[in-house]
Design a protein around this ligand. Sequence first.
Ligand code: BGC
Length: 969
Amino acid sequence: MAHQIRAVLFDLDGVVVFTDKYHYLGWKKLADEKGWAFDEEINHRCRGVPRLASLQVILDHNHVELPQEEKERLADVKNEYYRELLKEINEEDLYPGALDLLRRLRAEGTRTACCSSSKNAQTVLDALGIGEYFDAVVTGHDIENPKPAPDIFLLGAERVNMHPYHCLVFEDAESGVEAARAAGMKCVGVGPRERLPSAGETVEDYARIDVQALLDAGRVRSVPAEPWSLTEDEVRPDRCPYWETALALTNGVFGVRGTFEESEPGYDAYPATLVNGLCGYEPYHHIWKMPGFPEYRHAILNMCDWVNIDLEVDGERFSIASSTVRDHCRRLDLKRGIVERSFIWTTTAGTEVEVHTERLVSMVRRQIGALRYSVKAPQGTRLSLTSRTRLLVPSRVMGGEQVRVRETGEEDGIEVAVQELVTSDDAAAVAQAHSPEGERSLEGSDFVFRYTAETGATLDKIFGVWSTMDGPEDDIKPRAVEEVASARKAGYEELRREQESFWARFWRDADLEIDGPVQDQQAVRFNLFHLRQGNPERGNRSISANGLSGDQYSGHVFWDTEMYMVPAFVYTQPESVRPLLEYRYSILDKARERAREMEGKGALFSWNSVKGEECGHVFEAATAQYHLVADIACAIGLYDRMTGDDAFLFEKGAEILFEVSRFMEDRGCYVDHKGGRFCLNVVCGPDEYGCGVNNNAYTNVMTRWMFEYACEVYARMERDAPQALEALRARIGLDEEEVGRWRRAAERMYVPYDDELGITPQDDCFLELDPVDMDLVPKNTDIRSHHHPLNLWRMQVIKQADTVMLMFTQGHRFSRELKERNYRFYEPRTNHGSSLSPCMHNILACEIGDIEDAYGFFRQTALMDIHDFKNNTAGGVHSACLGGCWMTVVHGFGGMRDYPGGLEFNPVLPDAWEGLAFPVTWKGRRLKINVSRNEAGVTLLEGEPMSLKLCGEDMELTAAGDRVAKPLG
Ligand code: BGC
């Protein structure tokens, strides 16, 4: 498997071996001869310091002044003593576990280098006989600029032939950590965290290192592998932002990041409640504004922080950063949709206090969140809980004053505030109630609630939000209060029961069971959980690239939803898809406007947006991705085929379909030079490293399918819903002649093919671009910031699955051989710079039988967020990748294809798995697929008889309970 980290560079002294003793003895011998004072403390000050500078430390201590030449001579003398003493060096001087770590790394195929500023490094390696553990050695002889200059590590990377991005450094000195950072490498500090403040990770005991986590994500340890949960068992300030995302709870309507309850947690916390659809606007400042350039960007806003509760015991306030805490643990319970936290706090007076908190964001009551804070303390202890809801909180991606509090009030113990958005017409009401009752006040723009007790307390806080996304402005306040009143009446435990039953049903419909490493199982469930909780199931909202767990992508919705998330939903809980498609309908007018701005007809959806207006200012990799409209059509088609929901299709789906077909037919043209074929010029395919290309195969073939589908839907409406069709035709001015043009464009669509290579060219010029030495291109990172666009556009390097993706999305149109040739041509040219890439490669790799590669792509997808593979999970989960994970298991290893000819399964198992089981909902039926090493079976759990293909053979399922099976070779 291609790991993120492919080379590990080791400093020598203090990392692989301790030469301290010999340095000490060398200096000591010299000092004794000269009659200077020298001890362990002075020796420590000389650690990692060049020889002459070390001598100066000793001279200063002894108040001795010497001419430069004499100093140089004495430094050489010491070096001679040291080299002589080194002959004594032996295994006992090795850093405990270092050789074992090197062995483990090399067994994984990792390249290793020793990068030491010491000119004696080679002598040390030889004396110990450990040179064979390193592929390359860089010593003080090779470099001019010492650490913290990056030179030593850059040379190490060059000598092991690896891009710095894929290198990780082990260093015990802060200057070395800085050097690694300057070289653009990840770094593990060897020694206590306090001594190495710039190291992301530190380790003292090599035996604790989880090599897989190290190679996947540059981390010393992965989160504990558990089948149904994700546990934070160690609080580290630098990892807290990651946990805020991993433990974020949302229901698609609003989401709350997994911040600690207490204020001042001692790190750069981002307590945020993101409400889907509530956005702030700010103008773009274009140097040269061309027609169609967006005037404003908008981004989702942080509306409040309602999870803040501070605990005081006998007047002392709890602080996660400075209090004495043990058994601290936070845990996302995937089965129940709850985050729990527990710890024991010993106050400065020695009182032991047990704390347990729980929180949920209700999937049943989408306006409601709840938090329970329980404390137990010995007799006679005074407890005070202060719960604060901050109504004005900063947003990370949208500065300035974005929210104002219009009014606050209280009704029957429920506090409510109306917040208005400064740059848009939207408004929200947030309401809350506590139980038991306490003392309420408004401090500035914070609702403050104080509750005091003795010995023990359980405080429940119910929070609700109702916004103009949910209904008319006049209603928001009463509705927020009503929702909270009703949730309060139900009580925390009932809310929790509702949550549990929601998730129980979800897991019944969608769980992916893996008989293999627990970490794989955990990862797929974690991804499914975050995916499902991101779906608002409200027809005017969708799922953003980060869901509501973070706002790195400004809450924007991309093609991610239709192409990467809809499949998982449509084959498990298809009813949850309709609102996602309705969201597109709700912004259809904006898409019409956008088409006009782009001098086109029909409708063009904006590449990245929440409210419908285009926010993508890098137009060549945003607006130019016209394939988005075919992707939306594809999701409509999938939903239509799975549900037969004509009401949606004829009322809304068809209108979207016809309007976007109209745009694309108008955008394309018949090109004589291409045999009079219909071409789509100056577009961007999924590969965003290209620009303004002609005939991107993905775009053309997907658009052809869209035209065909639009014609089919038109014909169906003529037959089944003539009145609805008539009304629609009148509304959008559509006639037979135009539909004929779509049919003709589909028939005449230009689909590129290269006879010489026997592959599908990604576009008209891709094969003519400059070949690239992919060893010099870092993987799994967007390299647009590494090159001027004019240079990148010339390079034959691909960001993400493009033609490879087409081989799956329109798989029935291509032979297995062509798929394989395309995969073998494109994958080596792909740097997987987007998290959307590995999953598609997994699916194709499974289909062509490259199962171990497929497993590597599965792990990159499944562990994207758990391992924080791209170092940006703090900004929110990678929503497309969550859905992509489902696709790797079901379409990849499960081999499920839902072609026009019917449903097929061609399962394969990676070596690491013994089995796989998953449910699928298909056209009203529920199926269960079980795969073991020996056999693949499909059971009809519920629904009408059906036929399917299993491992290439036609099979019938004649009644519920029926099972068919085939031996697996
Ligand atoms: C990818 C796009 C994707 C977007 C949001 C980009 O890096 O290239 O395909 O839609 O991220 O996830």
